[in-house]
Design a binder for this molecule. Structure first.
Ligand code: ATP
Length: 192
């Protein structure tokens, strides 16, 4: 059996178009890619399946995992812990799929401390002004949240300029042209 494929990190400012690209990619290649299953200490909701929607852990189990260094990142929201493990990413590869990590710059820095050895791809808006338009056009955030995303965006773009931060940068100007470049890059690295 061939070795599991390297994961692919997709990063870039909120509103740059990561979800738009990934939705199209998953629709075009339904069996090729996957996301890792996150871990949480919250209780399962009706219909949620352990190991599919989340790995549901007790607080003790979760904290033991943190102490062992299993987690790439973890955080607490509303009294519950959430996080992604290195093994969770590797399991996607073990099932014959390529794991996609859709994460921000802080996540990228943490992934770089692991042995996952992914490809790093940054999706970027043509300008901050255009990013602002798209975030407003999406209509999913309140004004204060949009401002927060715009100031974080500058940090993301600055980080992407650092030597070796990313293997590839795709500027999402015209959607069709940018998606074609995105797909071509993914096809290149996954057939290597
Ligand atoms: N090339 C493009 N031209 C115009 N609008 C675009 C383009 N690409 C994406 N959009 C629109 O911009 C908005 C933001 O895109 P999207 O939600 O994919 O960003 P994202 O990077 O996934 O953001 P987040 O990190 O917040 O999830 C969406 O409304 C999307 O339809």
């Amino acid at each position: 059996m061939s070795a599991p494929s390297r994961p692919i990190v997709i990063s870039g400012p909120s509103g740059a178009g990561k979800s738009t690209f990934l939705k199209r990619l998953f629709a075009e290649y339904p069996d090729k890619f996957g996301f890792s299953v996150s871990n949480t200490t919250r209780n399962p909701r009706a219909g949620e399946v352990d190991g599919v929607d989340y790995n549901f852990l007790t607080r003790e189990e979760f904290l033991a995992g943190v102490a062992r260094g299993d987690f790439i990142e973890h955080a607490e929201f509303s009294g519950n812990m959430y996080g992604t493990t290195v093994q969770g990413v590797k399991s996607v590869g073990d099932k014959g799929r390529i794991c996609i990590l859709d994460i921000d710059m802080q996540g990228v820095k943490l992934v770089k401390k692991t042995d996952l050895n992914p490809y790093y791809l940054s999706v970027q808006p043509p300008s901050i002004e255009e990013l602002e338009k798209r975030l407003r056009g999406r209509g999913t955030e309140k004004e204060a949240d949009i401002q927060g995303r715009l100031s974080a965006a500058q940090g993301e773009l600055d980080y992407a300029k650092e030597e070796g931060a990313y293997d590839e940068i795709i500027v999402n100007d015209d959607l069709e042209a940018a998606y074609a470049k995105f797909k071509a890059y993914i096809n290149k690295i996954t057939s290597a």
